[in-house]
Structures are given as structure tokens and as C-alpha cells.
Design a protein around this ligand. Structure first.
Ligand code: BGC
Length: 387
């Protein structure tokens, strides 16, 4: 079983699935996780295995374009009958079903909805500096506050972008804050150019925030940066709500050691990052085990236990949320009521070549801070790769 879940909370969440498999089948899961947040290392290792005709029995990927590429290259099996036998189409939101199917056939089992546009905040740091952020905070106000914090010697946004997705995701949410959910979607339909003035402002904000970030940001992983918030070493960290799972896993207490607010300008948007599992189209090492594995992922109890550890929203809409902590109740509610958009940093909303061009452009931007050159690269990528 192949994934990139290796942080404290990710491993514990994965263990829920593994334990369930062991109990149900009497079998044993071999955990082939490859470390590296956001899965860039895992993606490479997986490609090598698939090319060599040595697929795992099941692997993690994202719904939407990440899955569609795997369907197009023939590596994942059609599991429509598993969907039908289990009645899953009735309990999974339509937006998500659309990101799992090609020509009416299903290819992946979704396990959760992570929200990508959350700022995890330090209540004590904000209070000491007289700053309040809520759903009505504008991007301009946020940037002014960041400057105030930095001038006072406080790191406004700490970052852990050893794995580039953390930087790409920070910029993604800043762009969403300036262009909105519809504007975000227009970037991928080609109706909005990357050299739009609002996109440019967001990229300028990004460069300013990275300038004010912790100096060791490129040496830290996402979970190390999340812990900095819990310890009050910075005012905020932008990260998907896997950071919620991680903060709880590290013993931090919600609304005491850390708080949260959506990235300013994005309160009406749910930046969806989903995890899903597939099985190989051929060379299956253990076909029977694969079906047992895929089926247990959407067992209602597993959904609750897994997502409680992972920090995400259960993908089944019929899982009771009474035992979930406040953040997750709110996120689940938002998942059902806000505009769902799909993440670029996580290779969902656009084909891999475009998502990779974005990751590379962010890496270059981190090195040279050159906003115009970033916008040129992205505009060029937009016209050559989005068709
Ligand atoms: C996945 C999350 C994971 C995060 C950090 C994202 O791509 O969707 O499940 O926790 O990466 O590794």
C-alpha cells in the first residue's frame, strides 16, 4: 500500500486503515509509504514502479486531473462495480464524483476532503500585537498587519517549504484571495491570464511574505512549520487542514495554543485537496486484497476514525459529526456550503505538466523574487499547456 503519509498524524491516520484491513481480512498490509509532504518524492517512486511493471496493490493520488492522467495512461483499474455494489454514489457529493469518473466510469475511492486555504494562527502572538483576523479581513489588511508584525520583530507567516508544495499552496491561496473562486477557475479555463493585475498583486504579496518569513523556511518541512505556530514562534502558517491533525497529534489545543481563519479573501471558497486510492489495471500482486482494501475505506466507522486523525472532512456525507472537534465540524459544514475549487499546488485542477510548471516557477520565484518573470513563465505555460 503506497502513500506519502509519514508525518505523526498521517501515520496514525494510515494506521486506522491498516488495522481495519488486518482485522477484517486476517491479512497484513505492507506499508510502502515514501516520505515527503505533498507527495513529490512518492510520485517519482511510483512512476518508476509502474514503468517497471511492479505496481503497488493500491496507491494514493488526488481526484481530478491527477487521477484523469492515470486513467488516460491506463495504469488504474475501472472500479465502477465496487462503487455500485456499495451504493457510494448516493453518499459522495456530486462535485467530488465528477473528479473521480471518466466517461461515467469510476476509478478511485476518495477518503476525505482536506481544505487547503487555512491560516493556522497563534492566538497569543496575535493578541500581544493587537491583531484580529476573521472572515472579513481583506488581503490588503492582512498584508498591512503582516508588515506591522514584522516591524515588531515577529514572523508574520512561517513557512516550511523544503517540499515545494507548501510554497505553491501559500501562493495559490493568496491568488484565490485576490481573484476569488470564479477567478481561480478562470485561470484554468484560459479566461483569466496569469498576468492579470490581481494575480500580480498576489504574487507581490507572496514575495513580501517570504521575505518576512523564518529564514530557515526552505530547510523545514510543513509539519515543522505548523508546530512553530503551536509554539507561538510566528503569527500564522498557511497549510491544508492536515496541519490540524498534526497540531492535535503534537498535543496543541485548539483555540488555546492555536486558532484558524481562512486566508483573507477566501472565506467563501473551499480549496479542495482530496486523497483517493486506486488499484492497478494490470500486474496486480493481490487482487482479492485490493478489493477488500478499497471497500473498507468508505466504511462509515473507518471514515470517522481516519478523518479524526487526519484533520479532514469525511467524504461520506452520512457520517455523524457529533464527536468531531469544532474545527472539523465547521470545515465539514463549509465543504457542504461553500464554493469548492480544486488545488493546483496538489496537481488537481490542471494537467501535471502545468502543475509542474507552476511548482518550478514558484521555486524560481523563491530564488530571485522576480514577479514579472514568474508571471511571464506562467502566462507562457498557460498558453502552451492548457490548450
Ligand atoms: C495530501 C495530504 C497530506 C499532505 C502533506 C497532500 O497532498 O492530500 O493527505 O497530508 O499532502 O503530505
Amino acid at each position: 500500500m503506497f502513500s506519502w503519509w509519514t508525518s505523526g498524524s498521517e501515520s496514525e491516520a494510515l494506521q486506522v486503515l491498516i488495522d481495519k484491513y488486518d482485522t477484517e481480512t486476517g491479512g497484513e498490509v505492507s506499508n510502502a509509504a515514501v516520505s515527503g509532504g505533498g507527495g513529490a518524492n512518492a510520485r517519482q517512486a511510483l512512476a518508476t514502479r509502474l514503468q517497471g511493471g511492479d505496481p503497488p496493490d493500491s496507491w494514493q493520488l488526488h481526484p481530478d486531473q491527477d487521477l484523469f492522467a492515470a486513467v488516460a495512461d491506463g495504469s488504474v483499474a475501472d472500479i465502477t462495480s465496487t462503487f455500485e455494489d456499495n451504493g457510494w454514489v448516493d453518499v459522495i457529493p456530486q462535485d467530488v464524483l465528477d473528479m473521480l469518473a471518466v466517461d461515467g466510469k469510476y476509478y478511485a475511492v476518495p477518503v476525505n476532503a482536506h481544505r487547503g486555504n487555512v491560516l493556522w494562527t497563534s492566538p497569543s502572538v496575535l493578541e500581544e500585537n493587537g491583531i484580529t483576523w476573521d472572515d472579513s479581513t481583506t488581503p490588503d489588511q492582512f498584508m498591512a498587519d503582516a508588515k506591522t508584525l514584522s516591524d515588531a520583530g515577529v514572523t508574520p507567516v512561517c513557512l516550511g517549504d523544503k517540499d515545494v508544495f507548501a510554497a505553491s499552496q501559500l501562493l495559490e491561496t493568496l491568488i484565490m484571495g485576490r481573484v476569488g473562486g470564479d477567478g481561480w477557475n478562470s485561470l484554468f479555463s484560459g479566461d483569466l491570464s496569469f498576468d492579470d493585475a490581481d494575480v500580480k498583486s498576489a504574487v507581490e504579496d507572496y514575495v513580501d511574505l517570504v521575505d518576512m518569513a523564518n529564514e530557515d523556511h526552505s530547510a523545514l518541512t510543513w509539519d515543522q512549520a505548523a508546530v512553530m505556530v503551536g509554539e507561538g514562534d510566528c503569527a500564522a502558517n498557511l497549510m491544508g487542514d492536515w496541519a490540524y491533525g498534526e497540531l492535535l497529534n503534537k498535543g496543541f489545543v485548539e483555540n488555546e495554543d492555536f486558532g484558524y481563519v481562512t486566508m483573507p479573501g477566501t472565506s467563501e471558497v473551499f480549496d479542495y485537496v482530496g486523497d483517493a486510492f486506486v488499484k492497478p489495471a494490470e500486474n496486480a500482486p493481490n487482487a482479492e486484497g485490493e478489493d477488500a482494501w478499497l471497500s473498507l475505506l468508505l466504511d462509515p466507522t473507518v471514515q470517522a476514525d481516519f478523518n479524526l486523525k487526519k484533520g479532514s472532512t469525511p467524504i461520506r456525507t452520512d457520517v455523524p459529526l457529533d464527536d468531531f472537534p469544532p474545527y472539523q465540524k465547521g470545515a465539514a459544514n463549509d465543504f457542504r456550503s461553500k464554493q469548492i475549487v480544486s488545488s493546483l499546488a496538489h496537481f488537481q485542477v490542471a494537467p501535471a505538466e502545468f502543475a509542474q510548471a507552476y511548482a518550478d516557477a514558484v521555486t524560481a520565484l523563491n530564488g530571485d523574487g522576480n514577479v514579472d518573470s514568474f508571471l511571464e513563465s506562467m502566462t507562457a505555460a498557460q498558453s502552451s499547456l492548457l490548450g
